[in-house]
Design a binder for this molecule. Structure first.
Ligand code: SDX
Length: 391
């Protein structure tokens, strides 16, 4: 290894594993889950149907999907002690911190059924995670706005139950908006897996040590939190709001990005793998127009985002560096239109990504060739030397 060029800090040229779950062609902007194009799944499937596909490799039969859905509905309740766990955290806590802490705490209720090599335990905990993560997420939201937690309504679909847990209140009936339900279903599908991104690699690495699903997923949630990863959807909204409130022209902001003033980045742009338009971003942008129109919302931030995209895609600086909108660029505008606080955006990403994390964890743990993750390093520190006075 000579110098740092041989190093691969970002695993850019390192295949850490083999996987049969998701295929990405970054140059062509292709994304397929178990061979199915993301465009077809996003428009025709459901979050739970895609979750089954990612976990088991084939689309479920109608009976399998109904049974899967039923089992998840019957596991939505959290232990009452776990609900009290939330009161130990400050109401100002970021929902992503609440999510990862509560998932770690969740594992304490199932230590007797968390053997990664017991298929029954693994399948049961897939169901528990899929059923309970949305409830934990909604409780993190309710805690941040000081409202009472609701109980899950098992007569509702996965997405409708989640919307009601977030926006329903004890004092009145809650009617789920079909527009929001359809849009959220599509957004969740678009996030379900993305091969070896940072949070999924984290889940696989933690799983490779023999840790259970809850601990591995909690680690994945923490990795996703970073603004260069899932936290970018929250950072995009902050960036758009700052441009709007500063009165700075979009062109001037873009110049500051190009001059790298104060390390400013065009959040929601660029990708480790896509060196073309992220296929998910295209679908999200379509949804943004539909949802805001159907909800009758005019949001200047959407116009601002489109302006930013138009300027960047016409600018050599971004094109030479192959910087295009990624999945995070437009999602926040839709989540905001639905009524989610900005700090809940990455929590929504985590719910979307959960099936992929579980499928990738299961694939790693079931692979007899999986060894404990242990990357190499190039040592560049001090040569051997003696402690003063030591012989
Ligand atoms: C996700 O991996 C996945 O699959 C992740 C994800 C998933 O589904 O799991 O797709 C989800 O994390 C999407 C990415 C969300 N992050 C952001 O939107 C944050 C903003 N983007 C950047 O931080 C950046 O683009 C990365 C981290 C996403 C990718 O970085 P790369 O590909 O390693 O690029 P780089 O850091 O090596 O930069 C190459 C050049 C540099 O310029 P020069 O030094 O050559 O002059 O491009 C520039 C960078 O400064 N650059 C940007 C930029 N991203 C890269 N300049 C301005 N704005 C940006 N957003």
């Amino acid at each position: 290894l000579t110098g740092h060029t041989a190093l691969d800090y970002g695993f850019v040229n390192t295949s850490a594993t083999k996987s049969a779950i998701t295929y990405i062609d970054g140059d062509a902007g292709i994304l397929r889950y178990r061979g199915y194009p993301i465009e077809q799944l996003a428009k025709n499937s459901s979050y739970l149907e895609v979750a089954w596909l990612l976990l088991y490799g084939e689309l479920p039969s109608a009976g399998e999907l109904t049974d899967f859905d039923e089992r998840i509905r019957r596991h939505t309740l959290l232990h009452e002690d776990l609900k009290r766990f939330f009161s130990a955290l400050p109401h100002t806590a970021h929902p992503m911190s609440v999510l990862s802490s509560a998932v770690s705490a969740l594992s304490t209720y199932y230590e007797h059924q968390s053997d990664p090599h017991n298929p029954e335990h693994v399948e049961l905990n897939n169901i528990r995670m899929l059923a309970k993560l949305p409830v934990i997420a909604a409780y993190a939201h309710k805690k941040s706005v000081g409202q009472a937690f609701l109980y899950p309504d098992n007569s509702l679909s996965f997405v409708d139950n989640f919307l009601k847990l977030n926006f329903g209140v004890l004092s009145e009936e809650y009617q789920v908006s079909p527009v929001m339900s359809r849009a959220l279903e599509r957004l969740l599908i678009l996030h379900e897996d993305h091969e070896q991104n940072a949070s999924t690699s984290t889940v696989r690495l933690v799983g490779s040590t023999g840790a259970n699903q809850f601990s591995s997923i909690s680690a994945g949630i923490n990795a996703l939190y970073g603004p260069l990863h899932g936290g970018a959807n929250e950072a995009v909204l902050a960036m758009l709001a700052r441009i709007r409130d500063s009165g700075e022209s979009v062109q001037r902001f873009v110049e500051r990005v190009k001059n790298k003033e104060d390390g400013v980045k065009l959040m929601g742009f660029g990708h480790r793998v896509y060196k073309n338009y992220d296929p998910r971003a295209k679908l999200v942008k379509e949804s943004a127009d539909e949802v805001l129109t159907e909800l009758g919302i005019q949001d200047p931030l959407l116009d601002l985002a489109k302006q930013l995209e138009e300027i960047a895609l016409g600018d050599d600086y971004f094109m030479e560096r192959k910087l295009y909108p990624n999945v995070d660029f437009y999602t926040g505008v839709i989540y905001k239109a639905m009524g989610f606080p900005t700090r809940m955006f990455t929590v929504l990403f985590a719910i979307g990504r959960l099936p992929g994390w579980l499928a990738q964890w299961r694939e790693a743990v079931n692979d007899p060739q999986t060894k404990i993750g242990r990357p190499q390093q190039l040592y560049i520190g001090a040569a051997e030397r003696n402690y003063p006075g030591a012989q």
